[in-house]
Design a protein. Structure first.
Length: 95
């Protein structure tokens, strides 16, 4: 989503999109990375987790020019997950 700023330019009202997932095919993280390229540049997509597809997902983000995608690493506790999601404006579940 976007809105006009005080100068009439478009800006995002979603600053942080987050997902928490194991990096496996059925989670659809590749779709989230591709979608991130369609978001305003000031919207950060934080991907929390780990798994066997991490290298290929990082490569996809680089190839797709998804400079707003951040791989945040694994979260160890429920409290860490809750804190990460509290910091986000939107939770993405791309599967």
């Amino acid at each position: 989503m976007q809105k006009l700023d005080g100068n009439g330019a478009m800006e995002s009202i979603w600053r942080v999109v987050a997902t928490v997932a194991r990096f496996v095919e059925k989670k659809g993280l590749d779709d989230l990375i591709r979608a991130a390229t369609m978001l305003p540049a000031d919207t950060e997509v934080r991907i929390y987790g780990y798994g066997p597809l991490e290298d290929s997902l990082r490569a996809l983000a680089a190839e797709a020019g998804a400079g707003n995608v951040r791989f945040m690493g694994a979260l160890e506790t429920h409290e860490e997950v809750a804190a990460a999601l509290r910091d986000a404006d939107v939770f993405a579940l791309p599967c």
